[in-house]
Design a protein around this ligand. Structure first.
Ligand SMILES: NC(=O)c1ccc[n+]([C@@H]2O[C@H](COP(=O)([O-])OP(=O)(O)OC[C@H]3O[C@@H](n4cnc5c(N)ncnc54)[C@H](O)[C@@H]3O)[C@@H](O)[C@H]2O)c1
Length: 267
């Protein structure tokens, strides 16, 4: 296939993404601002560079952060700006997790018309099932972007659930992870309640989970990792007064503060 593809950001997500794409699109390159990331990628057999190449399709898998109390989309903007300078007609596929409105704002700022948002759902514990090839939500800026993006993802054998806007695609990722966050926070609250009343939380959880529409997760050591705490904050950016979401964050902080070695080992 003659189409040139470049994956921007060669970390947890970008690495398996570029490896998968390179199997199908022979002219695929990985790009990262970090020399270390590029060297690691090259050692893994990836055609990688710190010099952004001209491409027909740019897949953005760089970092997004929540830091100093606010979302930080600087890496995404940097990637978009550089891709726009090299090829303003390229299709840009955002696979990073974005705050709602990011893709449209950048498209406008850099005068881009071919934009797709296809957030990643990669899950390292079960990469066979939930790796690069799994059902993904796809939202595009317009019909032309949709045609191009569908051709791209179909060629990659990545099934897509198409939505009518890039905002729905951006939000869907945040809603998925926040949904899980809320369920864990509820389990944590129940566990604290059990501890205070000398009841066994695992027994309660197993009992409740026998009902067909209940799926209480374990209450482990608090909600950690990078994605869940970040994504609930990204979602809150769009409606800060949410008592439910803010309550879940408070609950997680409360749970972590009350953890003792004794009750962490039982989960
Ligand atoms: N890790 C996961 O399980 C997971 C799952 C789904 C979605 N995501 C999302 O995917 C995105 C990437 O996550 P990750 O875990 O791969 O991050 P990571 O930290 O492993 O990798 C990000 C890479 O982007 C590079 N980068 C940073 N700024 C750049 C720039 N301006 N230009 C080019 N490269 C740049 C970094 O050097 C790094 O190599 C995030 O938005 C994350 O929320 C991650």
């Amino acid at each position: 296939m003659n189409t040139k593809v470049c994956v921007m950001g060669l970390g947890n997500i970008g690495t398996p993404v570029v490896q998968h794409i390179a199997k199908i699109y022979k002219q695929t390159q990985g790009y990262d601002i970090s020399k270390e990331a590029v060297t690691t990628a090259q050692k893994n057999g990836i055609n990688a560079t710190t010099q952004l190449p001209h491409a027909d399709i740019y897949v953005i898998a760089a970092n997004t952060w929540f830091r100093n109390g606010a979302p930080d989309m600087n890496a995404i903007e940097d990637c978009t700006k550089k891709a726009a300078q090299l090829n303003p007609n390229a299709l840009i596929c955002y696979e990073s997790t974005l705050v709602k409105g990011t893709a449209r704002k950048l498209a406008k700022k850099y005068n881009l018309t071919n934009i797709a948002v296809c957030p990643h759902r990669w899950w390292k514990q079960e990469e066979d099932k939930y790796g690069v090839v799994q059902l993904r939500v796809l939202g595009t800026l317009n019909k032309e972007s949709q045609t191009k993006a569908l051709t791209f993802y179909n060629t990659l054998n990545i099934p897509t659930h198409t939505v009518t806007s890039i905002e729905i695609a951006e939000l869907s990722k945040l809603v998925e992870n926040t949904y899980y966050y809320l369920r864990i926070a509820y389990a944590q609250e129940l566990k604290l309640l059990c501890n205070e009343n000398n009841l066994n939380f695992d027994e309660l959880r197993n009992a409740a989970n026998t009902k067909w529409n209940v799926d209480l997760p374990e209450a482990r050591n608090g909600i950690g990792g990078e994605c869940l705490p970040k994504d609930i904050q990204f979602l809150l950016t769009n409606y800060p007064p949410s008592p439910l979401l803010n309550g879940a964050i408070t609950q997680d902080n409360n749970y972590q503060a009350k953890l003792t070695p004794q009750n962490t080992t039982s989960t």
